[in-house]
Design a protein around this ligand. Structure first.
Ligand SMILES: Nc1ncnc2c1ncn2[C@@H]1O[C@H](COP(=O)(O)OP(=O)(O)OP(=O)(O)O)[C@@H](O)[C@H]1O
Ligand SMILES: C=C(C)CCOP(=O)(O)O
Length: 258
């Protein structure tokens, strides 16, 4: 892990910027614009990873891509997430953010669904020039399955660990991780995970990467291995992305035990 303690890695969840209950390619353009405006107020070093939402999950599910390679499905899914990436990058640029599209398929490799390699040298150089790399959930070549789905929830912790990021935030469409009464769970640690796990499930929309449970598992692992803590918060609440980027704790904190 290199030491770049001023880097923030932010996931813009597919649930926040697309409609995961709708047909393939349903974007929430107004939310994208508002979130971009909030990001524009941040002047630190930033890496963005966005989810696939209705742009990737619909085809991934249709073609069973989480189980293995299917040529037509693979190409359609990749094209779809690239389309969303292009929309997001354009929206960020319109707010003056020097966003650079990075498609993980081109520089990553998985083994049986787990990410084994994602090149980050170019990201480090981009950050030195204050560019904002924008990665996304993607399809990925896989040495066992042929191909698999590489969720932003998996690439984000990998990138955060490789860069030695200071802060990790995941903006989705709920007020953090909710308990069975719909209340935000303030903090989840490896020790408390077993008792709260029962309340956490998959996505309400079309999804092949495990929804909230997948997200929490990935970033708990990050906290355990590196000590980097994360916040899961509601990016659809106006002001929450800006508040998070300002350094506030929002939503649910995922961290290691004391
Ligand atoms: N306990 C819980 N608290 C909050 N959300 C939960 C919980 N259990 C299940 N969910 C579902 O998980 C969803 C969030 O996971 P999802 O993978 O859709 O998020 P995302 O990262 O925004 O999307 P994408 O994977 O497309 O980027 C919520 O919108 C909700 O439907
Ligand atoms: C469905 C695809 C292609 C990627 C999923 O990424 P995520 O939305 O970050 O989980």
């Amino acid at each position: 892990m290199s030491s770049n303690s001023d880097i923030t890695v932010l996931k813009v969840g597919g649930s926040a910027v697309t409609d995961k209950n709708a047909a393939a390619g349903s974007a929430k353009s107004d939310e994208m614009e508002r979130i971009a405006k909030e990001i524009a107020g941040f002047s630190g070093k930033l890496v963005i990873v966005h989810g696939a939402g209705s742009f990737g999950h619909v085809y991934a599910k249709e073609y069973g891509l989480d189980k293995g390679f299917h040529e037509e499905g693979f190409l359609k899914t990749h094209d779809s997430v690239r389309e969303l990436n292009e929309m997001i990058v354009k929206t960020l640029r319109a707010e003056g953010i020097p966003a650079v599209p990075l498609n993980p398929l081109s520089f990553s490799l998985c083994e049986d669904g787990r990410l084994t390699f994602l090149y980050t040298g170019q990201i480090e150089e981009m950050l030195k020039h204050n560019l904002v790399p924008v990665l996304h959930g993607d399809v990925c070549m896989d040495t066992v399955r042929g191909s698999c789905i590489l969720s932003g929830d998996q690439s984000l912790p990998y990138v955060a660990a490789a860069l030695g990021a200071k802060r990790v935030g995941l903006g989705s469409a709920t007020d953090g991780v909710l308990d069975s009464d719909g209340k935000t769970i303030p903090k989840i640690t490896p020790d408390s995970f077993d008792s709260v796990k029962q309340h956490i499930g998959g996505s309400a929309g079309t999804d092949v990467t495990g929804g909230m449970l997948g997200k929490v598992s990935e970033i708990l692992d990050l906290a355990e291995k590196t000590g980097i803590e994360s916040c899961i918060f509601n990016a659809n609440t106006p002001g929450s992305v800006a508040a998070y980027l300002k350094g506030e704790v929002v939503g649910t904190v995922i961290c290691k035990d004391d």
